[in-house]
Design a binder for this molecule. Structure first.
Ligand SMILES: [Fe+2]
Length: 185
């Protein structure tokens, strides 16, 4: 029997998010029209922004001190790399040269993220499960936060990074040699 959303514990909820986003990326691969691609890419970005908030504000802090420290810190940095791509994708559109490439790379980052969390025994979720975290209480907190986060992001709030300041990196937005008339922004 499949669990309803309200019945899920924290790990089931996070895994359901993973499956949902994987499915959206799969549809993006098959999509042919620019409008459809943009709609799917933006849907994936929204889901991922909410997912990272739930992990960073609720699930990861609960894991702190209970599971491998390195794994947790790397997850925050990986989230931030993904968020930089997410904000780029949201600010851009499918007419851009690198749009599809950005979505593809984002999907690969998420594939890696999913593996780090769902891997048997040494993955984050199984470490958290063995540590005896209260997954039902965490799920209630996550369900409540999900509603507010969805509203905030649907209103257009970009993702915020916690571990890096990607906007400080000068960019040329071209594959031509930098310095040859490339536009800095
Ligand atoms: Fe996750």
């Amino acid at each position: 029997m499949t669990q309803t959303y309200e019945e899920m514990d924290a790990i089931a909820m996070l895994k359901a998010d993973h499956r949902k986003v994987e499915d959206i990326f799969e549809q993006f691969e098959k999509a042919t029209s620019k409008a459809k691609k943009q709609q799917l890419a933006e849907q994936a970005c929204l889901e991922l922004k909410v997912h990272t908030i739930l992990e960073e504000e609720i699930f990861y802090p609960a894991c702190r001190g209970q599971i491998e420290e390195d794994l947790l810190n790397e997850a925050y940095v990986e989230h931030d790399s993904a968020k930089q791509l997410i904000n780029e994708i949201e600010a851009g559109g499918p007419e851009e040269d690198f749009y599809d490439a950005k979505v593809k790379v984002l999907s690969e980052m998420i594939e890696h993220h999913v593996k780090e969390e769902e891997m048997r025994s040494e993955g984050m979720f199984s470490q958290a499960r063995s540590a005896g975290l209260d997954m039902d209480k965490l799920a209630d907190d996550m369900r409540a936060r999900k509603r507010t986060a969805m509203e905030e992001f649907q209103a257009g709030k970009p993702a915020e990074t916690r571990t890096m300041e990607g906007d400080n990196v000068a960019s040329a937005l071209t594959d031509k040699p930098i310095g040859e008339g490339a536009v800095q922004r």
